[in-house]
Design a protein around this ligand. Structure first.
Ligand code: A3P
Length: 296
């Protein structure tokens, strides 16, 4: 669909100390009161960290064998509701999640940890978090904001670069998001924290660790199917996972499945920007246990 059919880009505003757009706060009462179930799996990420990738991995692990028809009949955003979203072009995420009859329910969120509905903690749900290095995350976010009308106006690269460092992004600063979710692991043992770079470097190993966290023992064939199906090119060419035909997205500006690489930041950052970014990064990232790689 053309962008013209979508409402104008939303402004950013402060919501409980976090920059947000109305698409993620309009349904807030239902989000806050959302009733999680003990076997729900919450997929948590900062936007553009590999949410769709991990969503499809989990979907194939749980349903690839038992419900192959699902793979060709439901798009990934229908299988894995986006909890806090209320885009109007589809029902709000809470409603989609409430309607799911599958078990477990796979539910996606970009919320900073302090805004996650309390029932997920009360029900002791499993959480799979994926973090991605800040430089590639920034680049991916920039191209995404260029192509979707659901995001605030990105401005040019230099402007967006500064905004990211200032944390004026929907869902708040990357630095706080990855750190606070990391630190939540200290009190909630059922968080599996994955890194996009590790997944790129050794997918098989990361899949094994994920399965062990979930208590799953897929067969060699099942694992092979997950690996095959979730390869970047396969997801890019799969209309069920590539977000094609979603209103408000213009693939001519940039595809949703763009590059799927580690290190694309090198084609965007000037040397001076990289130095400035690194210096700022050192100041923002205080937890020595949380380390991201910008090359693999
Ligand atoms: P790029 O823009 O760097 O290509 P999200 O799903 O959180 O919006 O993240 C989107 C990013 O994840 C995009 O990054 C996209 O290309 C990448 N991605 C999606 N599926 C992938 C896969 N199977 N392998 C590697 N990267 C993937």
């Amino acid at each position: 669909m053309e962008n013209a059919e979508f409402p104008p880009r939303p402004p950013l505003f402060d919501f409980e100390g976090v920059s947000m757009s109305h698409y993620f706060t309009d349904n807030w009462e239902n989000v806050q009161n959302f009733q999680a179930r003990p076997d729900d799996i919450l997929i948590a990420t900062y936007p553009k960290a590999g949410t769709t990738w991990i969503s499809y991995i989990l979907d194939l692990l749980y349903f690839g064998q038992s419900d192959p028809e699902r793979e060709t009949s439901l798009r990934i955003y229908e299988r894995v509701p986006f909890l806090e979203s209320d885009f109007r072009v589809m029902p709000p995420g809470t409603e989609l999640a409430d309607k799911l009859t599958t078990s477990p329910r796979l539910i996606k969120t970009h919320l900073p940890v302090q805004l996650v509905p309390k029932s997920f903690w009360e029900q002791n749900c499993r959480v799979v978090y994926v973090g991605r290095n800040a430089k590639d995350n920034l680049v991916s976010f920039f191209h995404f904001d260029r192509m979707t009308m659901a995001e605030p106006e990105p401005g040019d690269w230099n402007h967006f670069f500064q905004r990211f460092m200032d944390g004026k992004m929907v869902f708040g600063p990357w630095y706080d998001h990855v750190t606070n979710w990391w630190e939540k692991k200290q009190t909630h043992s059922k968080i599996h924290y994955m890194l996009y770079e590790d997944m790129i470097e050794d997918f098989g190993q990361e899949l094994d660790k994920l399965c062990s966290f979930l208590g799953l023992s897929p067969s060699v064939e099942e694992k092979a199917r997950v690996m095959e199906g979730t390869q970047f090119d396969n997801m890019k060419n799969n209309s069920m996972t590539n977000y094609s035909n979603l209103p408000g997205m213009d693939f001519k500006v940039s595809p949703f499945m763009r590059k799927g690489k580690v290190g694309d930041w090198k084609d965007h950052f000037t040397v001076a920007q990289s130095e400035k970014f690194d210096e700022h990064y050192q100041k923002m990232m205080k937890n020595p246990d949380l380390q991201f790689r910008t090359v693999v």
